[in-house]
Design a protein around this ligand. Structure first.
Ligand code: ATP
Ligand code: MG
Length: 173
């Protein structure tokens, strides 16, 4: 059996979630089973609509769920912590049944202290051997970077938002 890889998309630049969505397309194209769990975020986006539809149409090989209630400030609530912990438990429950598991924005949950980095590290180390795992979000902690096989740091060279261009459907959400 080929050992699965752990990939991290982090950094302040745009493209962390969109790159993970690209891997979803790639894995599904190979007939692999894919699960996508999103932490923190809850707003409707093009991808949340698309992934929810895909999960309905192709329930046998694609799973999608969200464990967030939107923006989390500097003082997260107990509900924020519980939701993030639920997301991690969901990941543990699904891991054995999928080829690719995306934990979108989990790095943000870690950097805000909603999840224990040691618990996520233990999940990575004890996951089923063949599972490919993707963790996205800015602020990935060092212990997770140490465990990952491929780490991409998106650099914020320029972002249209800073030129006063508001977020656009199909590009930003
Ligand atoms: P995307 O979902 O576009 O791949 P991302 O996952 O790298 O972005 P997030 O931190 O999850 O980045 O933020 C998602 C939203 O924030 C998107 O609308 C994206 O365009 C916007 N965004 C990402 N990076 C920046 C930035 N450096 N400045 C302003 N807005 C940003
Ligand atoms: Mg993102």
């Amino acid at each position: 059996m080929v050992k699965g890889l752990t990939l991290v998309n982090t950094g302040p630049g745009k493209g962390k979630t969109t790159a993970a969505l690209g891997l979803v397309a790639r894995a599904l194209g190979h007939g692999q089973k894919v699960a996508f769990i999103q932490f923190i975020k809850c707003q409707e986006t093009g991808e949340s609509q698309f992934l929810a539809d895909l999960a309905k149409d192709r329930a046998e090989n694609f799973f999608f769920c969200r464990h967030g209630q939107g923006f989390v400030g500097r003082n997260p609530s107990q509900a924020d912590r519980e939701l993030a912990e639920e997301g991690l438990r969901q990941a543990e429950a699904l891991a054995a049944d999928y080829d690719l598991l995306v934990l979108d924005e989990i790095n943000v949950a870690l950097s805000l202290g909603l999840l224990d980095p040691a618990a996520v590290a233990s999940f990575i180390q004890n996951r089923p051997l063949a599972l490919n795992l993707v963790l996205t979000g800015r602020g990935c902690p060092a212990n997770i970077i140490d465990l990952a096989d491929t780490v991409t740091e998106m650099t914020d060279v320029k972002h249209a938002f800073r030129a006063g261009i508001p977020a656009r459907p199909g590009v930003d959400y």
